[in-house]
Write a protein that binds this ligand. Structure first.
Ligand code: GSH
Length: 209
């Protein structure tokens, strides 16, 4: 893979995983190098065009001249590797695994929220109450963990951990307003308000279109 090859990104303005990639691209000053292709990805109707580049039919998918890359974690690392300067994925062992743990927590929570949203979109009689209860329980456990351990994240250099968490909280705001996640989590709320001011976050706020 060459450092100057063209990059096409299967993209949507509402996907939190795509947003994570776009925030990395903005932070790394690589956003102008991405050709954004609006791609609809829905679990129930796999997008055949997207499947040519990613058999899982998921976004984000990054298409390079040398092949395609997915998922968002791999794409973020790829972009970070292209960039010569400050790293979003720390190199040093301690900070690296601390950042990766936050990344995994935030992405794992996003996976829960997406499944929860899918379940909530079904007609009432087809919903599985135990699943709904499980998604809610995990969400509250994640939020409580974030609130407690936030100082650890704040002690790390800005990077993939903060980006992933910002995307997950942004998605919770966009799709789960009724969750009122700020209640009981004032430290997280303050942190999110601050990080949302970054230009990379402002440029990628979820919006229809
Ligand atoms: N683990 C993947 C998750 C990507 C993902 O689930 N994206 C959603 C859109 S937000 C998607 O493509 N859904 C279509 C599907 O699951 O078939 C990543 O980090 O890229």
């Amino acid at each position: 893979m060459s450092k100057s090859e063209r990059m096409k990104l299967h993209w949507s303005p509402l996907s939190p995983y795509v947003r994570k990639v776009m925030i990395c691209a903005h932070e790394l000053k690589l956003a102008d190098r991405l050709e954004l292709v609006r791609s609809v990805a829905a679990m129930s109707v796999p997008n055949q065009t997207l499947m040519k580049d990613n058999p899982l039919a998921k976004i984000p998918t990054l298409v390079l001249e040398s092949g395609s890359l997915f998922d968002s974690n791999v794409i973020c690392e790829y972009l970070d590797d292209l960039h010569g300067g400050e790293q979003l994925f720390p190199r040093e062992r301690g900070p690296r695994f601390a950042a990766l743990r936050w990344h995994a927590l935030a992405d794992g929570w996003l996976d829960v929220l997406i499944l929860w949203r899918n379940e909530r979109s079904k007609p009432l009689e087809r919903r599985t109450p135990e699943w709904l209860a499980g998604f809610e329980l995990k969400t509250h456990a994640v939020l409580d963990r974030i609130e407690r351990q936030l100082p650890e994240l704040q002690a790390l250099p800005f990077g993939i951990g903060q980006i992933a968490l910002g995307c997950a909280l942004g998605y919770a705001d966009y799709r789960f307003a009724d969750l009122a996640w700020r209640d009981g989590h004032p430290r997280t709320a303050g942190w999110f308000a601050e990080i949302s001011e970054r230009a990379s976050f402002q440029a990628t706020v979820p919006r229809e279109g």
